[in-house]
Design a protein around this ligand. Structure first.
Ligand code: AMP
Ligand code: ZN
Length: 500
């Protein structure tokens, strides 16, 4: 298996060797959330997948500029709607300013990303903060003849573009003749378009539309696809390395992004397109209308008919890592229970590994070789298009060895000190740095250092109370911590604590 990084490129539909434009640097753009409602689990699956990809690129030593946008310009609610925009609709419903809606759900999104222990991107640009850049791009596309103005709106001339460039549809594999416009703006204003496959890059705002900006064409707002073209170009350049998103965005969003980039600057933007697959529940698409849905919070608390109990954020993260990002992920109660066992087994294996000592092998035993091969194998699986389930399988083979070494069925005399050190280093790097898991026994919500320090202080105060035979204070502290989900255990070496 290859030691160089291979990624699956949606454009070629093949795995390709990853070669960044500039040695040592990677530009990564991922389509972020639309912030008009709470982030759902499907979104979390995609963002956790790209978090692991980002982490692995960092592990390989790349300097990565990771850009993930916030879609806070309202966009039309769907094919069958009357043209009311999501943000305006929600704002009216909740009696809020559109920006208040965006702010509220952006905060909620950030909280959820923290709970799942994802790294923040390097830049998180908002669509509303980049209206001038988007207007410039519309102008450039108009100047190049690939767009036309109609009644204050500007449409991308898909047919002309496809004829002249011969590339429209490469990413999604769609043919222009087959295209009935499936873009989010499609049923409205069909009469303004020259062809149903044309899509709006600037839309004149209807009177009820709350988010609106001045432009050379009308008071209006940019088309949805435009923000990602404009912001990826601004922060990563006219050509950059990787563009990601869920595969539901391949068409029309990503296809139209490519067309806009080519139409404005004759550059295709990203060289590698990576797409994550969808999250399902009980084998079916998650859908609010038929009740086949669960929120992250319901998953944590267990308050849902679909699950028998609550599952912690790290168990859910582990569950997500157990399938490859390009496979569908089917959420079931049994799969979550299995993930809980797997997560615990991995972390207990890690603890047992850190306590192993007495390695005195010469390095040429079969066991020593096997351990090194399994370590190489785990990294090779990550190099093969970030294959986390297969890398985890290798780590579990190593956990079996670790448990046998701990139990005495295998001897530490067969393991060299260098191999033990390499194994310990590998587990630390894999579990915490690459897979981004936290040890929930000793951490809460990723805020581990602060919590450790605070708990140390609280247990010191409690110890002082106990020394003074102030049992009331001691019990009060223990009970209050218990109510907060932290268990305190008194042992002969003092008190210890764990998150329940
Ligand atoms: P949205 O907020 O709908 O624009 O989606 C934000 C990101 O989540 C996009 O990259 C989507 O492709 C992705 N996404 C949406 N639904 C799902 C799902 N069910 N499973 C996985 N990813 C999804
Ligand atoms: Zn996008």
């Amino acid at each position: 298996m290859s030691q160089e990084l291979i990624v699956h490129n949606s454009v070629s539909r093949k795995k390709e060797a990853f070669k960044p434009l500039e040695e040592g640097y990677v530009g990564l753009y991922v389509c972020g959330p639309t912030v008009y409602s709470d982030v759902h689990l499907g979104n979390c699956r995609t963002f956790v997948s790209f978090d692991v990809i980002y982490r692995y690129l960092l592990h390989l030593g790349y300097r990565v500029r990771y850009v993930r946008n916030i879609t806070d310009v309202g966009h039309l609610t769907g094919d069958s709607d009357d043209g009311e925009d999501k943000m305006s609709k929600r704002a009216k419903l909740e009696k809020l300013e559109p920006m208040e809606v965006a702010h509220k759900y952006t905060n909620g999104f950030h909280d959820m990303m923290r709970i799942f222990n994802t790294h923040s991107p390097s830049i998180e640009p908002r669509a509303t903060g980049h209206i001038p850049e988007q207007i410039e791009m519309v102008q450039a596309i108009l100047d190049n003849g690939y767009a036309y103005e109609s009644n204050g709106s500007v449409y991308f001339d898909t047919l002309k573009f496809a004829k002249e460039k011969g590339t429209y549809g490469d990413l999604s594999g769609r043919k222009i003749e087959e295209l009935m416009a499936e873009s989010r703006d499609n049923l409205k204003n069909q009469d303004e378009k020259r062809h149903p496959a044309d899509f709006a890059i600037w839309m004149k705002a209807a009177p009820e539309h709350l988010m609106r900006w001045n432009s050379p064409w009308s008071v209006g707002f940019p088309g949805w696809h435009l923000e990602c073209s404009a912001m990826s170009t601004k922060y990563l350049g006219e050509q950059f390395d990787i563009h990601g998103g869920g595969n539901d965005l391949k068409f029309p969003h990503h296809e139209n992004e490519v067309a806009q980039n080519l139409g404005s600057c004759n550059c295709a933007g990203a060289r590698y397109w990576l797409h994550t697959n969808m999250l399902l529940m009980n084998g079916k698409k998650m859908s609010k209308s038929d009740g086949n849905t669960i929120t992250p919070t319901q998953l944590f608390t267990g308050e849902s008919v679909h699950i028998s109990k609550g599952f912690s954020p790290m168990v859910i993260r582990f569950f997500m890592l157990q399938s490859h990002y390009r496979s569908t992920l089917d959420l079931t109660d049994e799969a979550l229970q299995a993930a809980e066992k797997g997560y615990k087994r991995l972390l207990e294996g890690n603890k047992a590994l850190m306590a192993l000592n007495g390695a005195s092998g010469s390095g040429d035993s079969a066991l020593d070789k096997e351990i090194n091969e399994l370590i190489d194998g785990a990294f090779a699986e990550m190099n093969d298009d970030f294959n986390t389930p297969k890398a985890l399988a290798r780590l579990f083979e190593l956990v079996s060895k670790i448990n046998s070494l701990k139990g005495g069925q295998l001897s530490m005399k067969e393991v060299s000190a260098a191999t033990l050190e390499r194994l310990q280093e590998t587990f630390r790097i894999f579990i915490f740095d690459i897979l981004g898991l936290l040890d929930e026994e000793t951490t809460a919500g990723g805020n581990n250092q602060a919590l450790d320090k605070a708990m140390e202080l609280i247990l010191d105060i409690r110890q002082e109370a106990r020394t003074n035979k102030d049992w009331g204070t001691s019990d009060k502290i223990r009970d209050a911590l218990k109510a907060a989900g932290i268990a305190v255990k008194d042992g002969k070496d003092g008190a210890s604590w764990s998150v329940e």
